[in-house]
Design a protein around this ligand. Structure first.
Ligand code: FAD
Length: 401
């Protein structure tokens, strides 16, 4: 299918300026390949969202890209997680072992992560064009031609769709691609000040409330970052979720936690502004990742429930793996095939794990009875499970076609 383009990519179009896009551009630059990032929104859109965790496998990729320090300056160490129910500690998990440079699992706002990646990409001379919404793309004379909503076009040897959950690139590559799967949990959260909650900074506390899951982590300066996952069977439209005001969220959460003995309500009441909620989605499997010089990576290819704690880390792993493949495999189509061979099994395993973790948040009455036992086994299994956090990508190691 690609036989007329047995050439190495020298110039790549990257769609999306979130996590995977700028990271791919910087990794390609390290591999000596030129690229331009095209982002649909203007730069003010990068503050959208809440906070996320970067696992040690993701932090190791940031080290490869020379970005670990900047991220650690803005985030904070969150090495452990404690699961609790009815005032009892059920289990404690470690988010992998620290890296040789001391980096641990980080909690950081999405806005800060986006800013670090974007500012550093720009500082390194990478072009990022804003207001460029991809609407079409096709192969033409061995090159890929991208069309944007503003009527402009761009041409490159390859196109990387890092355009997130609602990826246009995914639909262009495969119009029959599955839609994101709705995971029946809403997300709400905020940042609380001057509230006294138990526990040391950097410990992620997870609570199985009777009707809603709740979590908080204390930053070293005492600010409490929290989220809640109200179950929501019927999928609300984006507009319906966006229309829920902070005060409606506060009232809803009060109702959901009314029968629980946990620190949710004092934390919620100490929060000035509960941030806009959002739905949860994932992709168990997107069958076609690449075609005709175009490929999808990051959430576009394998969005996961936030319950995996791996969305951003997977996007970073993708970026560096793809750059290595385009560096080492002397043909775009074969480089993409090599990339898929290296990534598909791992990311699908993580998405499945995220779904299981998310399902476990909405436990019924019987589920709550067996939860202490389940957590005991889960903690034992996690202690033996190094596939998730110990994954390392050796930048120097060449990729075989
Ligand atoms: C609330 C929430 C909590 C999360 N928690 C975690 C967590 O704890 N740990 C974790 O690792 N991950 C978490 N994630 C996931 C993480 O944010 C994503 O997995 C990560 O941002 C994926 O990076 P990406 O670059 O693939 O997509 P995104 O960061 O979504 O970036 C996609 C970019 O493409 C742009 N775009 C979209 N369409 C077009 C188009 N047609 N043309 C041009 N540009 C376009 C978008 O504007 C956006 O800037 C969370 C996500 C959410 C929403």
């Amino acid at each position: 299918m690609y036989s007329h383009t047995m050439t190495k990519a020298r110039n790549v179009l990257i769609i999306g300026g979130g996590v995977a896009g700028p990271a791919t551009a910087m990794a390609l630059q390290q591999a000596g390949i030129d690229s331009t990032v095209y982002e649909a929104y203007d730069r003010t859109a990068d503050g959208v969202g809440a906070f996320l965790t970067l696992a040690v496998n993701g932090m190791d990729v940031l080290r490869t890209l020379g970005l670990s320090e900047q991220v650690r300056e803005r985030g904070f160490d969150t090495p452990t997680m404690v699961m609790e129910m009815d005032g009892k500690r059920l289990a404690e998990f470690r988010f992998g072992s620290p890296l040789p440079d001391g980096a641990q699992n980080q909690t950081i706002t999405r806005a800060d992560l986006y800013t670090v990646l974007r500012d550093e990409a720009v500082r390194r001379g990478i072009r990022i064009e804003y207001g460029k919404r991809l609407v079409g793309a096709q192969r033409s004379d061995g090159r890929v031609l991208a069309r944007f909503a503003d009527g402009t076009t761009a041409e490159g040897d390859a196109l990387v769709g890092a355009d997130g959950l609602r990826s246009a690139t995914r639909r262009i590559i495969d119009p029959a691609a599955p839609a994101p799967r709705y995971v029946p949990l809403l997300n709400a959260g905020g940042y609380a000040r001057d509230v006294d909650v138990p526990g040391e900074p950097g410990v992620m506390h997870m609570f199985f409330g009777r009707r809603c899951f709740f979590s908080y982590v204390k930053r070293p300066d005492g600010e409490v970052w929290w989220f809640a996952n109200p179950p929501q069977k019927r999928e609300l439209s984006q507009q319906e979720v966006a229309a829920i005001t902070p005060e409606q969220w506060r009232a809803k959460l009060h109702e959901l936690f009314a029968d629980d003995n946990l620190p949710a309500l004092p934390v919620i009441d100490a929060t000035d502004h509960i941030f806009a909620g959002w739905n949860t989605y994932d992709f168990p499997r997107v069958p076609t990742w690449h075609r005709d010089g175009m490929i999808i990576i990051g959430d576009a290819a394998h969005a996961t429930s936030p319950a995996s704690g791996q969305g951003a880390s997977m996007a970073l792993e993708d970026a560096v793996t793809l750059a290595k493949c385009l560096r080492d495999v002397p043909d775009v189509a074969r480089a993409f095939a090599a990339y898929e061979g290296l990534r598909r099994k791992r990311v699908e395993r993580i998405v499945a794990m995220g779904k299981r973790n998310g399902d476990g948040k909405a436990v019924g009455r019987i589920g709550r009875m067996v939860l202490p036992l389940v957590m005991k086994f889960a903690a034992r299994a996690a202690a033996r499970q190094n596939w998730l956090y110990d994954h390392r990508i050796d930048w120097e190691q060449p990729v075989a076609a």
